[in-house]
Design a protein around this ligand. Structure first.
Ligand SMILES: Cc1cc2nc3c(=O)[nH]c(=O)nc-3n(C[C@H](O)[C@H](O)[C@H](O)COP(=O)(O)O)c2cc1C
Length: 357
């Protein structure tokens, strides 16, 4: 298969197999309302096969960063509607990454709501809040009675995303946020039906995905995971446990008929990831993680060698609004500026030039 060939994903037809990675850019202010600059940023990138939005919070408690956009308030949804309308008018497709930060936040970021997680274990380190850097708090361990409420938040946020014009949602089960915290034995030490064994640690993610799929249609739902990423203290260092946990997860997902599974892993060609692909059985996206920036050769080879159906591309898409054109024609690319990843304004956001056509 070729990186520049079309791909059916749910009811979408992607013109190419380059997927813009979810990329947090914290340019939505304290209100969490994406504005004109956010709309311009995504619209400039409409030629990518699919855009996955930056992580957006499904509830105020789930906000992870100052300036992050939400899918909660009417003004936020109106802001997103302008974004999705603009992307669609430019010929693009966009899904919302629904991200509950779990314990990767602070009361001084999320508006004073309790910070929640599977277990009352704090991350070792500090987080940037509206009141400066703070140590991560010890989170409130969600009770079994509270879990349906969290599932309901994911469902409502996903329905809100569809109402705001998104073509679907990607549930964020990666990078140490709430869903990943349930999967990792380091952050989930529960002894009830949602912890204590690989199968039980996989259960909450399956519950959330199943509920969202029932609410908006499985063909509009993707899931992102990052097994063994070992980030934000969501450690997964035991290979046997890892295989059992993610095996149980994909076995639970496979019957649902999801739009896709997106896997962030340093070795997408390896047996572990390829086994997940076989067991999942649907459209499979990969990204090899934060080490080396995804480059043209890697992306071409991943699809050509049938490692995945499509490739998720982060930093190259930040720096090149016309990435598809550049990579298809093997043209020079702009380098991203990491200093402007998490900053304000247009610099490093909407001012990367496209090549003159
Ligand atoms: C500035 C920045 C923000 C990111 N935000 C998110 C995010 O909101 N959700 C997510 O799942 N991954 C996020 N990631 C990870 C990217 O989606 C991607 O996996 C990573 O950049 C590695 O891919 P690359 O080499 O193509 O850039 C972010 C990465 C960067 C550099």
């Amino acid at each position: 298969m070729n990186l520049f060939s079309p791909l059916n994903l749910g009811d979408l037809e992607l013109p190419n197999r380059l997927v813009m990675a979810p990329l947090t850019r914290i340019r939505s202010g304290q209100s969490g309302v994406p504005g004109d600059l956010v709309a311009l940023h995504y619209t400039q990138r409409a030629s990518l096969g699919l855009i996955v939005s930056e992580g957006t919070y499904p509830s105020h408690a789930g906000q992870g960063f100052p300036g992050q956009p939400g899918l909660v308030e009417p003004e936020q949804l109106a802001g997103w509607k302008a974004v999705t309308d603009s992307v669609h008018a430019a010929g693009g497709r966009i899904v919302a990454q629904v991200m509950h930060a779990g314990r990767v936040t602070h009361e001084a970021t999320n508006g004073g709501f309790p910070v929640v997680a599977p277990s009352a274990i704090a991350i070792n380190g500090t987080t940037r809040t509206y009141d400066g850097k703070q140590a991560y708090p010890v989170p409130h361990a969600l009770t079994a009675e509270e879990l349906p409420g969290i599932i309901a938040e994911f469902v409502l946020a996903s329905q809100n995303a569809i109402a705001a014009g998104f073509d679907g949602v990607e549930l964020h089960g990666a990078n140490g946020y709430l869903l990943h915290e349930f999967l990792s034995p380091a952050s989930n030490v529960r002894d009830d039906s949602w912890g204590g064994s690989p199968e039980r640690r996989a259960r909450f993610v399956i519950d959330v995905v199943t509920a969202v799929a029932a609410a908006i249609g499985a063909d509009k739902v993707g899931l992102r995971i990052s097994p063994e990423h070992n980030i934000q203290d969501a450690l997964e260092t035991d290979a046997t446990d890892l295989a059992a946990t993610y095996g149980a997860l994909v076995d639970g997902l496979a019957p649902l008929g999801l739009a896709y599974l997106s896997v962030l892993h340093a070795d997408p060609r390896g047996e572990f990831v390829q086994n997940l692909r076989i067991r999942f059985g649907g459209v499979f996206l990969v990204n090899s993680g934060f080490g080396a920036i995804t480059a043209r050769d890697e992306a071409l080879a991943l699809v050509r060698d049938d490692v995945a159906d499509a490739v998720v591309v982060g930093r190259a898409a930040i720096a090149n609004p016309d990435l598809v054109h550049r990579w298809q024609n093997d043209l020079p690319v702009n380098d991203p500026n990491p200093l402007t990843y998490y900053a304000d304004g247009a610099e490093g956001y909407t001012d990367y030039p496209a090549l003159a056509s």
